[in-house]
Design a protein around this ligand. Structure first.
Ligand code: FAD
Length: 482
């Protein structure tokens, strides 16, 4: 029996469910990756994710070659490329790891259908989440829609006898396994360069974002000594408190089972807090899989009726938010971090998303789409969940009147202004006392620090207190109508 493993967002050759199942059931196993034109063609020609992906594929191909196999790489459409290749190789089954995004599900259905027409089976298994499907349900057997009870049930499932099975790695080498097969010469093609794919390099290397399993290992090694302090430091964007592993989780250059296992066994306060975040990741995969309507619509349908600000001013304010020129330093620093690096700290994602939706009154879908373009770790499930959480249209136990104050958030989470000064250098000379609300500087202070508000840095685009009232009224109107 011959099998084909189709890699997608799982770019590693160890602890890999699809590779495990293929090697267990087949004598010879080929591997393939398709640079998907349907995904790549609409993207801007400079995209950090494509460069990261390209580097990771190069590394994976080398790793598979070193084990006697190799990676067949195609640039095309999976429903054409995968069946053609499976037939040419004589594969009986194509193995892949399950994806929860509606577009990916449709793609996989198309591929499965085309394969079936040639008598080839398609088998997709869980790999990217610890639990999925029916594995974590309420006592009544329904899916959860609120995080905390979901988390408790998730942890209970893991703690139950045999629960550690879910964190066990899927080995990809062993006596009982088939072997990786090198691509036949007539089907092998050199790895296309980034330029062949139609993309130009970005600042990824300057940012020291290393792709692949090696990049993931380096970041994990850097984070593990900091794990115990995660809870204490995770909310401060000016401090190295978080793992920065999201891009690797996005592309599967490391295994979620390995990370969750590390945190689970460590058990320290920091590790528990970090595990909590990994559970959020599973939670949003589950929400997306169960409620695909959240793509484009509110998780709570009553909020589809919210009247977002769509006037001509809104476009201008949206542009100011995108560019980091709102006059609120923490929000601006956050947006500039995103634009310059493709990453934004979690506390800032919450602050910035709250600002767009609750201070500027702009539809969360516009912000979601902007993040989706910019984030190197962009993940539909987490991004959509995060935006709906911040906009109060999603799975949050908190009511809509929890509105972040961008000034107090700034005072609390960047008290000395280290982060703000890094990304908003025109405010570098502003005393800490005024940095969080620089428009409160009197003319003498402005003169002393040589920063004139309105000339060197924008005046606030909106007044938080009155925007808050408008938002409360916007939500109350929908509540009243319901
Ligand atoms: P750590 O704090 O070290 O957390 C470890 C891992 O847990 C992360 O890498 C991530 O995989 C997962 N995680 C952490 N928080 C969340 C969360 N709230 N939801 C789901 N998974 C989480 N995360 C993405 O991976 N992609 C996105 O597109 C994305 N968009 C977001 C948009 C908004 C508006 C908000 C509020 C959050 C978003 N997040 C997203 C979640 C979170 O901000 C990032 O995962 C985190 O900042 C990544 O940094 P890290 O790897 O250092 O995280």
């Amino acid at each position: 029996e011959i099998a084909l493993v189709w890699f997608r967002r799982d770019l590693r050759d160890y602890d890999h469910a699809a590779l495990y199942h293929a090697l267990k059931s087949a004598r010879r196993v080929f591997c393939v990756f398709v640079f998907d034109r349907d995904i790549l063609d609409p993207l801007p020609r400079q995209d950090r994710r494509v460069e990261f992906l390209h580097g990771s594929i190069g590394e994976l191909a080398g790793a598979l070659r070193a084990r006697g196999g190799g990676l067949i790489v195609r640039h095309g459409r999976p429903h054409e490329e995968i069946p053609r290749l499976a037939v040419a190789l004589g594969a009986g089954t194509v193995f892949a790891n399950r994806d929860y995004e509606p577009a990916a599900i449709t793609r996989d259905e198309l591929v499965a259908q085309a394969l079936a027409e040639s008598g080839v089976a398609f088998r997709a298994t869980k790999d990217q989440a610890v639990f999925d499907g029916d594995e974590v349900l309420t006592q009544g057997g329904a899916p959860f829609s609120v995080f905390t009870p979901y988390k408790n049930a998730w942890l209970k499932r893991l703690a139950a006898p045999g629960g550690d099975f879910y964190l066990r790695p899927y080995p990809t080498e062993g006596a009982a396994f088939g072997t990786l097969a090198a691509p036949p010469a007539d089907l092998d093609q050199p790895l296309p360069s980034l330029a062949d794919l139609g993309f130009a390099p970005t600042n990824l290397a300057d940012l020291k974002v290393l792709p692949g399993m090696a990049g993931a290992r380096a970041r994990l090694a850097d984070f593990l000594p900091r794990l115990a302090r995660y809870k204490a430091l995770r909310d401060f964007p000016g401090v190295k408190g978080v793992s920065y592993l999201s891009v690797h989780l996005r592309f599967g250059t490391l295994s979620i089972r390995e990370l969750a296992g590390l945190a689970w066994r460590d058990g320290s306060e920091g590790a528990q807090a970090w595990l909590n975040e990994l559970i959020w990741r599973d939670f949003y995969f589950m929400i997306l899989a169960r409620h695909p309507r959240v793509v484009g619509a509110c998780f709570r349908p009553e909020y589809d009726a919210l009247a977002w600000d769509e006037g001509p001013d809104a476009d201008e304010r949206f542009a100011a938010w995108c560019a980091g020129r709102t006059g609120y330093p923490l929000v601006d620093a956050a947006q500039r971090q995103l634009n310059q690096t493709g990453y934004m700290h979690n506390r800032l994602r919450m602050v910035s998303a709250s600002f767009l939706t609750k201070d500027l009154g702009i539809d969360w879908r516009r912000g979601e789409a902007y993040f989706a373009e910019q984030l190197i770790d962009f993940d539909l499930a987490a991004n959509n969940g995060g935006w709906q959480w911040a906009a109060s249209t999603g799975c949050d136990a908190q009511p809509y009147f929890r509105i972040f104050n961008p000034v107090t958030q700034s005072e609390k989470f960047d008290p000395e202004g280290h982060f703000i000064r890094r990304y908003v250098p025109e405010l570098a000379t502003v005393p800490a006392k005024y940095l969080h609300a620089p428009w409160t500087m009197g003319p003498l202070v402005q003169e002393a620090c040589e920063v004139k508000i309105g000339r060197d840095y924008p005046a606030p685009v909106v007044d938080h207190a009155s925007a808050r009232e408008t938002t409360l009224a916007r939500f109350a109107a929908v509540k009243g109508a319901a």
